[in-house]
Design a protein around this ligand. Sequence first.
Ligand code: GDP
Length: 273
Amino acid sequence: MAEIVIMVTGSSGMVGHGIQLALEEDKKPNEKWIFLSSKDADLRDREATKILFEKYKPTHVVHLAAKVGGLFNNMEHNCDFYLHNGPPHFSSYGYSYAKRMIEVMNYVYNDQYGCQFTSIIPCNVFGPHDNFNLTGGHMLAGLIHKAYLAERYDQPFVIWGTGKPLRQFIYSVDLGRLIIWVLREYPEIEPIILAADEEDEISIRDTGELVVKAFGYQGEIVHDVSKSEGQFKKTASNAKLRKYLPDFKFTPIKQAIEETVDWFRKNYEIAKK
Ligand code: GDP
């Protein structure tokens, strides 16, 4: 079997750790995985990137390195993400178009050079090693950090917005498993949506309740309706994923939140926040 060398960029974050956890249960002897982060090279520097490729000679790359953040970070820093003109949801159009341009790039590289690049479109991801920053991070990470403080300092737990918007979530370890599958098996250039089933869509309010339950917090839950809600819903169809993997089992959200809360509690000092 030919050796496959897989270089993972941006692997110090939540998704990189998701892949590492998923690999523990699914190693292949002919695969060598190299996990890199910004400490290894600045990928915006062409020469540094070239040196990295010459050093590891990857046959495959899982490119996770990116500027990421939650709704509020996207709203404040649209310009830093922005690459193209047009109308996705106003709250994150810079981020959204940067993502869309990856798809365009993958098609042109396939047309011109025959490269087998593809991209994935996950729904809202959460899990250990996320950025738990209270304002700039992702929603579930923010809620977990807020619930931690509410329980510890006996203060109200504040959910931003009405709590009515709906979201599909994917646990980072499930996402890691699916990224490994995409790398090994997925044959298309067209992106694939990696999302939980539509019937598992859940409101922000119910998500918040799962978080406080995981902490055993019994205090007051308050809504700050002066805060933005983003899109009401962003339901994505996982029909294509289900066509390929009809039997894939997503970790139930309650269990995944409990595991993430447990990780955050144990790693509070080192967690990114
Ligand atoms: P994000 O990218 O993880 O921020 O998620 P979305 O943009 O999909 O939406 C976040 C939703 O959660 C919005 O309806 C927010 O109003 C709501 N929300 C409630 N509390 C928080 C919080 O502490 N942080 C964030 N980022 N969103 C929150």
